[in-house]
Design a protein around this ligand. Structure first.
Ligand SMILES: *Cc1c(COP(=O)(O)O)cnc(C)c1O
Length: 234
C-alpha cells in the first residue's frame, strides 16, 4: 500500500469500528462526529484526508503550531472546524480565540474569561469543560462536580457557548473501569446538557474510542489510528 492507500484504509477501519460500536449500543452513526487529531500528523497526511473530504473536525494541542498550519493558504482553503484539545494557557487564550471554533479542554474560569474577552465580533466559540477521571496521573481537568460548577459559571461569558464535557481516560484501564468512568460523565452530561440542544460529549481516543462510543461519546478524538504508518505495530 502507498501512503495514500494506508491513510484511506486507516480512516475506513475507524469508520467500521465506529459503526460497530453504534450497532452494539443501539446508536445512530450520524450522532457521532469524528474529531481527527492532527497534532502529530504530517502536513501531507492531513492534506490527503482533507482533499478526499474524509475529515472536517480537526484537533490540535499547541496554539502556535496550529496557527502556523491552519492559517497557511493551502490549509485555510479547506472548510474545517478547528478544536483546541490541549492545555490552554491564559496567555495563549487571545491567539486561540482567533483560530479555534471549539476549545474542548477548558478547566478554569480565568482562562475562560481571557478567551471570552478575545472572541472576535460575530464569532461564538463552543467550549467543553474537561473532566478529570483519575488522580492517578498528573492530568488536566477538574473533578466532576467542580467541572459541572465551572460549566454553570461559563454560561455567563459572552462569545462562548458551553456545550458539553471532555475527558481523557486513564491509560491502560481495564474495560469495566473505562465503562464506569465514561458512564459517570455521560450521566452528568445528560443532566446538564439536555438532549435536543446542541451538545457534545468528547470521550475516547485511539485506544478506547469504541468503548467510549458505546457509553455515549459523540465526539471521539482519534489521532494515531488515523495517521500511524503501520497499525500492526501499535
Ligand atoms: C493527542 C490527543 C488525542 C489523540 O490520541 P490518539 O491516542 O493518538 O488517538 C486525543 N485527545 C487528546 C486530548 C489528545 O491530546
Amino acid at each position: 500500500m502507498n501512503r495514500e492507500e494506508t491513510l484511506v484504509k486507516n480512516w475506513q477501519d475507524v469508520q467500521a469500528a465506529l459503526a460497530a460500536a453504534c450497532a452494539k449500543s443501539g446508536r445512530d452513526l450520524k450522532e457521532i462526529t469524528l474529531l481527527a487529531v492532527t497534532k502529530y500528523a504530517q502536513d501531507q497526511d492531513v492534506l490527503t484526508l482533507l482533499q478526499k473530504g474524509l475529515i472536517k473536525h480537526v484537533g490540535e494541542s499547541r496554539v502556535q503550531q496550529a496557527l502556523a498550519r491552519w492559517t497557511s493558504p493551502v490549509f485555510a482553503s479547506f472548510h474545517t472546524v478547528k478544536h483546541f484539545i490541549g492545555h490552554l494557557q491564559k496567555n495563549k487564550a487571545a491567539k486561540a480565540a482567533q483560530l479555534f471554533d471549539f476549545v474542548d479542554s477548558l478547566d478554569n474560569l480565568q482562562t475562560a474569561q481571557a478567551l471570552s474577552k478575545a472572541v472576535p465580533a460575530g464569532k461564538t466559540i463552543r467550549v467543553l469543560v474537561q473532566v478529570k477521571l483519575t488522580d492517578r496521573e498528573t492530568q488536566s481537568g477538574l473533578p466532576l462536580e467542580q467541572a459541572r460548577q465551572l460549566a454553570r459559571e461559563l454560561k455567563a461569558l459572552p462569545g462562548l457557548k458551553v456545550a458539553g464535557y471532555m475527558a481523557i481516560a486513564p491509560q491502560g484501564a481495564p474495560q469495566q473501569e473505562l465503562r464506569t468512568l465514561f458512564g459517570t460523565v455521560k450521566r452528568a452530561f445528560d443532566a446538564d446538557f439536555p438532549a435536543g440542544e446542541e451538545r457534545y460529549l468528547s470521550l475516547g481516543m485511539s485506544e478506547d474510542f469504541e468503548i467510549a462510543v458505546e457509553e455515549g461519546s459523540s465526539l471521539p478524538r482519534i489521532g494515531s489510528k488515523l495517521f500511524a504508518a503501520n497499525l500492526e505495530g501499535l
